[in-house]
Write a protein that binds this ligand. Sequence first.
Ligand code: ZN
Ligand code: ZN
Length: 317
Amino acid sequence: MISSSAFLWHGLLPSRSALEGKTPGMDFGIRSYFEMFQKMEDTFKFCVECKKLPDSLPDPRSLRRCKRCQNVYYCGSECQRLNWPSHKKFCKKLKLAAFDRLTEWLVFTGDIPFHTGTWTKNIQDLQGWEDWFLMQEHLDEKLSAIKAGHYMNILWANAGKPKPSEVELMESIKRVTTDFVSRPVTIGLGLSMFHLDPYAKPLTVHVVGASHAETLNARVTDYDELSQMFPKHQGIEVVMVGVDVVDGPIMRPPLVAFGPRQRVYLSSYKDLYHNFWESQVETQQAARPDLVVAFHAGMKVYGILLGLSSPMKFNAM
Ligand SMILES: [Zn+2]
Ligand SMILES: [Zn+2]
């Protein structure tokens, strides 16, 4: 849901290193944060009813935003009226989506996720995200720190939209956090479901069909939640494989065999999976997978898990 906006940020974002650099200057082609947020908003500037772009209107400024959700645009009151019967079903949700795609910028600045804690419950006993948040010590302080943070202030000073209420901000931070953490947690649940024991031996997980959504601005620490799920594990390796893998810090060779214990080792390989398999796995330059996961590899199902109880079975596929 939210991760789709990674595409929107693509090309607009300063690199993480530019953000973390000593000079706060804008050395990434966009002159100001205001301009960055404007460009992001521009991708939404078309009439959702008649699909006209601002350029094709007599006056581009006549494009008006829905006042309730601040998310969709109309070329005029007639199109807004015609669109309302369908839009009213989504207007409230779109308002949240409009917050979240701005809040998601804080993933790129490094504010989200906050430093998470070791899981104090068994995986099977967790019912949902509320339980996950309950395991986080000093949660209110952590969320408040993000809410009052430097980049959050920059965001709302430049977003060109009214700042949401404190409660709305908090909820948005939580949604973006769960969106971020959902991938490592899904892999952890997959390991658990297929009785793959990270305490018994190091495990290798392949994410097939990995694309922008998984790899844009990815950090080598992005799957560290797995170490919180399985503290003191024997080593978990996650390899992102796909033709659309974005170059970055995680573009490093997969491990041949045993990974560093108690650590998650994230790497990526830019190619089709069968090419990766033939050139790396078959030649023993990369470890065989214990689990292969696809998040949204062009299929309309979220989080498909393939249990590889035996590599033989996989070879037969
Ligand atoms: Zn229109
Ligand atoms: Zn609306």
